[in-house]
Design a protein around this ligand. Sequence first.
Ligand SMILES: Cc1cc2nc3c(=O)[nH]c(=O)nc-3n(C[C@H](O)[C@H](O)[C@H](O)COP(=O)(O)O)c2cc1C
Length: 204
Amino acid sequence: MKIIGLNGSPRKNGNTGYLVKYSLDRLSEKGIETEYIDLIDYNIGQCTGCYKCVEAKKCVINDEFMKIFEKMVDSDGFILGSPSYHSSMTPMLKAVLDRAGFSGRWYANDMKSKSESYEWKGNAFSGKLVAPVTVARRAGQNFTFAQILLWATANDCIIPGSTYWNVGVAGKGGAMDADEDEEGKGILDHLTNNFEYILKKLKK
Ligand SMILES: Cc1cc2nc3c(=O)[nH]c(=O)nc-3n(C[C@H](O)[C@H](O)[C@H](O)COP(=O)(O)O)c2cc1C
C-alpha cells in the first residue's frame, strides 16, 4: 500500500506542504508507505494540446513530468495539495493534472470517432484513492477543492471523505501557521482513517 502526496505550492515549507506531510505522517503510522513530493522541484510545463499522447500512450513533452506520472501510476492513491491562488489550484498542479489525466486516458483506450461506441478499459488512475487538501487565508478553499475533485471523478478514482472538507486556514500576510490549525489537522486525521479503511478493504 503506497500513498503519495503532491504539494502544488511553490513554497516548500508553507501551509499546503505542512498539511500534505501531516496526512502522510498519519498514514505512515498506520503502516502505509508514503512519499512526499514538492512539485516545485520538477521542471514540468503545461499541456500543449498536441494530442500526441493519443497514439504514443504517454505524454511526449520532454521534461520531468513522466517522473511524477510514474510515481502516480505506481501508487495506490494520492493526496493532492494546493493553496488557493485566486480561488484556483496553482498552475503547477494544474499542469500535472492536465497532462496526467489526458495521457493517462489513452494508456488503455483508443480515441473513438463519434459513431463508435466507447468501451472503457480503465485508465492510469482507475481505482486509486484521491483526496484534495487545499489552503487559503480567507476564501477559495472549496473552489480549489472542487477543481481537484472534478479531476479525480473524471479519472475513475475513489474519493475518501472526512468529517468536513480537507481544507486549511492560513493566517494573514503569507503566514506559515498550518501547525496551529487544530480543526484542519483533525479533519486530516479522520481522512487518513478512511484511507486506511478503504485500502484494507481493497487489498483483501
Ligand atoms: C498569488 C496568490 C493568490 C492567492 N489567492 C488567495 C485567494 O484567492 N484566497 C485566499 O484566501 N488566499 C489567497 N492567497 C493566500 C494563500 O492561499 C495562503 O497564503 C496559503 O497559505 C498559501 O499556501 P502555502 O502556504 O502552501 O504556500 C493567495 C496567495 C498568493 C501568493
